[in-house]
Design a protein around this ligand. Structure first.
Ligand SMILES: [Zn+2]
Length: 480
């Protein structure tokens, strides 16, 4: 029998706010344990939560960017469970009335576009962290670090519309790119700022009844998501084929073994005894707030790619590479705002600039050649002041010294020679010294011209204008 996998994803995004969701404690990563806590996030009796406005704004941004409706009224709820890193004994989340509902994202897999539904986005607080002494080689026992407690999260829940691990990864990558573009998270997957739970089930092909699902918890890389889902699909199919039954449970993925293992039986929503948090009033969001946020949204990757291909005439590939990160796209946008040719700017950014950054281990935001100076260099090529070849020398010098290209060209005497008289003189000398090749050319072996171009460029130290050189050579070799 053939099986059809069915996958839904729940993504947790840690928000890039300076302070926590319900108190004023900082959210800096990696601080001394319990140094960023107060009565609210320690869960002390009587301490009252106050909602961070920035969290709401970020949630609205995420909702708008994923085509959700923003609820005019949403409610915080208590999700009750016990865990040592959750001192209140409940997590403040949203349940029946989340802030965003009914969105979608379009993904592309193997050239096919598919729409993936987004059920809801809700705001919630993170829990603290257990620190196990033996893991750190510090002896016995475990400690609780509550720095992370009350850190703001968005949970973005997809419909079970994904049908393969590849679709799941395409959806995750797209969602990751969007939330990073929105500036609401650093998207750092290693530090857990973007992590995913995958609900996986299988059903016979042609069936419309979903199988029992298992949830794989907290996978924090695209590669592991693919591995975990593929493993889980195989495991469930094997189990069914052997006459067994998939049970609803929570599983953990082990990147070392590439396998998932059972962690605990999966709770149902009613196990958490959700109820509206009496300490927090319902959240009412005005239409004006939503519209202001909509107007302030940055240009998102899809819109950028569309503009780059349709308006600027770049290839789909170039547009894809340039929009891979918001910073790279902003560098490109800044560059072309100085009126250089978009295609030339794209080529230089994907070529020289990227190579330089890779070699020096720098991010585009720390690029030694700022976009306005790259544009100035491209304009010098455009105007014929320097050749493309000399431009590479100038670029290297700009990278080292940070000087303006025009200054480097002037200091080093690199101005391109377009003066026909001067070039003709060089051409005459070279033809005189290479009579054999002149005969070859005249005998019909026209590709010998490459040899002459090379010689002339060499004699002019790369400064002769290649277009002029070609034209003069052609004329003289043909004996015109
Ligand atoms: Zn606090």
């Amino acid at each position: 029998m053939n099986y059809q996998p069915v996958i839904g994803l729940e993504v947790h995004v840690q928000l890039l706010t300076n302070t926590k969701i319900f108190c004023g404690c900082p959210t800096t990563f990696g601080s001394e344990p319990n140094s960023q806590t107060c009565p609210v996030c320690l869960g002390l009796p009587g301490a009252l939560p106050v909602l961070n406005r920035k969290v709401v704004e970020f949630a609205i941004r995420a909702g708008l960017a994923t085509n959700c409706a923003i609820s005019p009224r949403s409610v915080f709820a208590r999700k009750n469970y016990f865990y040592p890193d959750l001192p209140k004994g409940y997590q403040i989340s949203q349940f029946e009335l989340p802030i965003c509902v009914g969105g979608h994202l379009d993904i592309e897999v193997n050239g096919r576009v598919k729409r993936i539904g987004i059920t809801r986005i809700h705001m919630e607080e993170d829990a603290g962290k257990l620190v196990h002494a033996d893991v750190l080689g510090l002896g016995d026992g475990s400690g609780v670090d509550l720095n992370r407690a009350c850190t703001p999260l968005l949970e973005i829940v997809s419909e079970p519309d994904l049908r393969s691990a590849d679709e799941a990864v395409a959806y995750l990558k797209k969602l990751h790119q969007i939330v990073v573009y929105l500036g609401i998270t650093d998207g750092n997957m290693e530090e857990g700022s973007f992590r995913c739970d995958a609900n996986v089930s299988v059903m016979p092909v042609g069936s419309d009844t979903f199988g029992t699902r298992a949830e794989i918890k907290n996978v924090n890389s695209f590669k592991f998501v693919k591995q975990a889902i593929e493993y889980e699909i195989e495991r469930q199919i094997d189990l069914i084929e052997e006459g067994g039954k998939v049970v609803q449970e929570t599983r953990l993925f082990n990147p070392d073994s590439g396998m998932t293992r059972s962690m605990r039986g999966k709770e149902e929503a009613h196990d958490y005894r959700y109820f509206p948090d009496p300490d927090l009033v319902p959240l009412v969001i005005s239409d004006d707030w939503v519209e202001d946020t909509r107007l302030a949204l940055p240009e998102l990757p899809d819109a950028k790619r569309e503009r780059y291909t349709v308006e600027l005439g770049l290839t789909a590939y170039d547009a894809e590479v340039l929009t891979a990160s918001r910073e790279l796209a902003e560098y490109f946008d800044a560059c072309i705002s100085h009126d250089c040719q978009p295609k030339a700017a794209a080529n230089w950014i994907m070529g020289e600039v990227t190579r330089g950054l890779n070699d020096s281990g720098l991010a585009i935001t720390a690029c030694p050649v700022p976009p306005n100076l790259l544009a100035a260099l491209l304009l010098l090529i455009d105007k014929g002041t320097i050749s493309g070849k000399i431009a590479k020398t100038v670029f290297d010098e700009m990278w080292q010294s940070g000087k303006e290209p025009a200054k480097i060209v002037e200091e080093k005497g690199l101005v391109q020679v377009s003066d026909t008289g001067a070039i003709e003189k060089i051409v005459d000398e070279i033809m005189a010294a290479n009579q054999g090749q002149v005969e070859e050319f005249r005998g019909g072996k026209e590709k010998v011209i490459g040899f002459f171009v090379g010689q002339v460029m060499k004699a002019s130290k790369g400064k002769a204008n290649p277009a002029v050189v070609n034209e003069i050579l052609m004329r003289k070799l043909k004996g015109e």
